[in-house]
Write a protein that binds this ligand. Structure first.
Ligand SMILES: Nc1nc2c(c(=O)[nH]1)N[C@H]1C(S)=C(S)[C@@H](COP(=O)(O)OP(=O)(O)OC[C@H]3O[C@@H](n4cnc5c(=O)[nH]c(N)nc54)[C@H](O)[C@@H]3O)O[C@H]1N2
Ligand SMILES: Nc1nc2c(c(=O)[nH]1)N[C@H]1C(S)=C(S)[C@@H](COP(=O)(O)OP(=O)(O)OC[C@H]3O[C@@H](n4cnc5c(=O)[nH]c(N)nc54)[C@H](O)[C@@H]3O)O[C@H]1N2
Ligand SMILES: [Mo]
Length: 695
């Protein structure tokens, strides 16, 4: 497939690397200037069905990010104190020799004292874990439990419907009801939102369930502003009404579900009055929602991560995931539920990650969501941390503790990144990594059903190297002669998927030319129209033996937040406001915060406060306020607005600490308590008090 380009220019097929369900197909225009390839334009591929020619505001600025004057272009060694951010330039040779020597010395004591810390800075399978996990497996380093985002919901979904699969985004325009449940799709899932707009034009009703009137909630027909962490109660209330009214697809329930009686019994206690009180909403809203959910067919639920970041996040996802089976919405390709599609891809983990290199060793596991506590108290201690594709000092909960852990003088820290992040400031060595325009990769998605290729558009800037190459060179320095460390990025990409099922026709060379390819799935795709859930029973499991065996309640329940007026009245006396810190539209977690045009669009770190809560505290629009609890405090600019519901304050995130006037961000306040299912973080389960700052 040749792409049209102006004379002297070429167009390269690429894929957006970011942690977002949309995984866009991109076209990068490259010009030869003084013998160098320069990227001059980036655009969404108009031919790709979900990208449809549009990139989000953030990634439209990807050239600004790639050619940013602050890009790390050389390896750096720390010369100042940890956290201070003073470094000197060193050669790759010096950096890698010293790092290898330090790792050898620690591994001689116990390789588990070395811990990788990575997440989804890039979602690419090559620059993600491929060479890195080979390296850490060979070394025998601790495992990292990558829980920071999606395990609560992911594991809850698997327990209920068997896999991380769901309604195809390409069918959403045909739904008659779309529920945005804990998701601000305009910010975080733009290409699904455009389908929802089409559904709206065709007469669909849109409902948002979110404590905050987000951009998305603002544009829906109805906004149900429940208190954070009460979604499980709401969903059980809806089930209560569906059962009471007989709004049930009996045939689907009989044939394709397990445990209806136990679920109905559990839901009996969740009458609308009780649910209204638990959620902080009118009781009538529950029955109204149940009626819409039964009558407007097909109904699609876009369930996302908002509800999962509280104590009961896993149970809440389970309760919501029961709804489409109860009402029979899976029968239609436009009905059902979408949390993630990542389970559709048979990634060849044995080939990519080479767990055989462990040679029988079973290292301990460190949960990335408690890295603060673990840096301070794990046994055996963490002596070295290698961070790539993540910025834990800004994004991990209870940031004060995280920073204290990273500041340990006896900790050896290496950070691979594009920029001098809050985390890089604590590194002993900072290694410059390439961006998506400079390296090869292959991508799956968690919001659609395509595989994508990323071809490099330009040469690496400065001395930057792909993550894969950094681990390749480090392996050589460590003396690892295994052949797998000599494989090129193309060889890695070619092994990404098992050649059977939906990727039976996967061919890397062809994908590189085409840019993207749909998985081999029927079209239209209605994964559970005829049941066939990939659970142990083959049914949608309202009752999960699998969870029971883990000591978790097998029937979905409402698990109250750790911190709320109902669950901890004495704590709520001191800290009466629920605090949530969901993604800001112009940032991607903490990525893009240092891109001036995007930071300007977000303004400054702020706190949305309901007028009643503000008046009660003498807070006016634009005041600087101190937000605090027992874990820490942060200063933010108050925005007095009824976008925030009474009792809940909102700080759009995730700011770089060092770019804030007090060098702090929302995670000073968040806790390291974990979710009921999936060992995930509870960012949105957090009580605070707010006062005018005296400065
Ligand atoms: N622009 C942008 N896009 C992103 C990201 C980003 O940072 N910026 N991050 C990416 C990543 S890593 C992820 S995981 C996804 C996240 O994707 P989503 O989970 O869809 O995240 P948001 O779009 O912020 O939506 C979360 C919404 O949940 C609400 N919420 C908070 N607590 C609760 C609750 O208890 N119940 C309910 N019902 N709602 C609650 C918040 O107010 C917020 O509006 O987005 C990805 N896309
Ligand atoms: N308070 C609060 N905290 C949160 C959340 C929230 O909603 N509120 N959301 C949570 C969620 S959902 C998530 S997923 C996490 C995200 O947390 P992280 O996964 O840490 O995501 P980012 O903050 O985007 O940091 C990614 C880093 O990877 C770097 N990077 C990108 N590509 C490459 C590459 O190719 N090579 C290397 N070496 N580096 C690269 C980027 O420059 C960036 O510094 O944050 C969590 N933290
Ligand atoms: Mo995430």
């Amino acid at each position: 497939m040749r792409l049209e380009a102006a004379p002297g220019e070429t167009v390269v097929r690429a894929a957006c690397p970011h942690d977002c369900p949309d995984t866009c197909a991109m076209l990068v225009t490259v010009r030869e200037e003084q013998g160098r390839r320069v990227a001059v334009k980036i655009a969404g591929d108009p031919a790709h069905p979900t990208t449809a020619g549009t990139l989000c505001t953030k990634v439209s600025r990807y050239l600004e990010r790639t050619y940013h004057p602050d890009r790390l272009l050389h390896p750096l060694r720390r010369v100042g104190a940890k956290g201070e951010g003073r470094f000197e330039r060193v050669s790759w040779d010096a950096a890698l020799s010293d790092i290898a020597a330090r790792l050898h010395e620690i591994a001689a004591r116990d390789p588990q004292r070395i811990v990788p810390y990575s997440y989804a800075g890039t979602m690419g399978l090559v620059q993600g874990e491929a060479m890195a996990s080979r390296f850490f497996h060979r070394l025998g380093a601790s495992f990292l439990d990558r829980t920071i985002c999606a395990t609560a919901g992911g594991e809850a979904l698997v327990a209920t419907i068997g896999s991380r699969l769901g309604t195809d985004v390409e069918n959403f325009q045909d739904a008659k009801l779309i529920v945005f449940w804990g998701t601000n799709a305009i910010a975080s899932n733009l290409h699904l939102w455009s389908r929802a707009q089409e559904a709206k034009r065709r007469g669909a009703k849109l409902i948002a369930i979110d404590p905050y009137r987000s951009l998305t909630a603002d544009k829906c027909h109805q906004h149900i502003a429940l208190m954070p962490g009460t979604d499980g109660a709401f969903a059980l209330g809806v089930i209560h009404v569906l059962v009471r009214e007989g709004w049930l697809d009996r045939d689907y329930i009989d044939r394709h579900t397990l445990g209806f009686d136990a679920l109905a019994e559990r839901a009996r206690a969740f009458d609308p009055e009780r649910v209204g009180a638990l959620c902080g909403i009118e009781a009538g809203v529950v029955a109204g929602f149940a009626r819409d959910y039964w009558e407007l067919r097909p109904a699609a639920i876009r369930l996302n991560y908002g509800m999962q970041r509280t104590h009961g996040g896993g149970n809440a996802v389970r309760a919501v995931a029961c709804l489409p089976a109860l009402a029979g919405h899976w029968r239609d390709p436009a009905g059902g539920l979408l949390l993630s599609t990542s389970g559709a891809y048979p990634v060849d983990e044995a080939a990519l990650y080479r767990p055989d290199l462990l040679a029988g060793r079973r290292p301990r596991t460190i949960n990335m969501s408690t890295i603060g506590r673990d840096l301070l108290a794990a046994e055996p201690p963490i002596d070295a941390l290698i961070v790539y594709n993540s910025n834990p000092v800004a994004v991990a909960p209870h940031s004060g503790e995280v920073a204290r852990g990273f500041a340990r003088e006896d900790l050896f820290t290496v950070v691979l990144d594009h920029f001098q992040t809050d985390t890089a400031d604590f590194a002993d060595y900072v290694l410059p990594a390439t961006t998506q325009l400079e390296h090869v990769d292959v991508h799956k998605s968690y919001g659609h059903y395509y595989v994508l290729a990323n071809n490099p558009a330009i040469e690496p800037l400065g001395e930057a190297l792909p993550n894969s190459e950094i681990f390749r060179r480090l392996a050589r320095r460590m003396g690892y002669g295994d052949e797998c460390f000599a494989e090129s990025d193309d060889q890695l990409a070619a092994q990404a998927f098992v050649r059977s099922g939906p990727t039976s026709s996967f061919d890397w060379q062809q994908l590189k030319l085409a840019g993207w390819q749909r998985l081999d799935l029927p079209a239209p795709h209605a994964p559970f129209a005829h049941g066939r859930f990939p659970t142990a029973s083959g049914r949608c499991e309202f009752v999960s033996e699998r969870l029971g065996a883990l000591g978790i309640d097998p029937v979905p329940d409402h698990v109250a937040p750790y911190e709320s007026a109902i669950s901890r009245p004495e704590l709520a006396q001191r800290y009466p406001l629920a605090f949530i810190s969901p993604p800001a539209r112009n940032f991607l977690n903490s990525t893009f915060v240092n891109v001036a045009s995007l930071r300007d669009a977000e303004g400054e770190p702020s706190l949305d406060v309901h007028p009643a809560d503000a008046a009660h505290r003498g807070i006016a629009e634009g005041d600087r306020v101190r937000v605090f609890n027992d874990r820490g405090s942060v200063e933010l600019r108050a925005r007095v607005t009824d976008r925030a519901r009474p009792g809940c304050v909102v700080a759009l995130s995730i700011w770089w600490k060092k770019l804030a006037h007090d060098h702090r961000n929302a995670n000073e306040l968040t806790s390291q308590a974990l979710t009921d299912i999936g060992r995930g973080p509870t960012f949105y389960d957090c009580l605070v008090e707010v006062e005018r700052a005296v400065s």
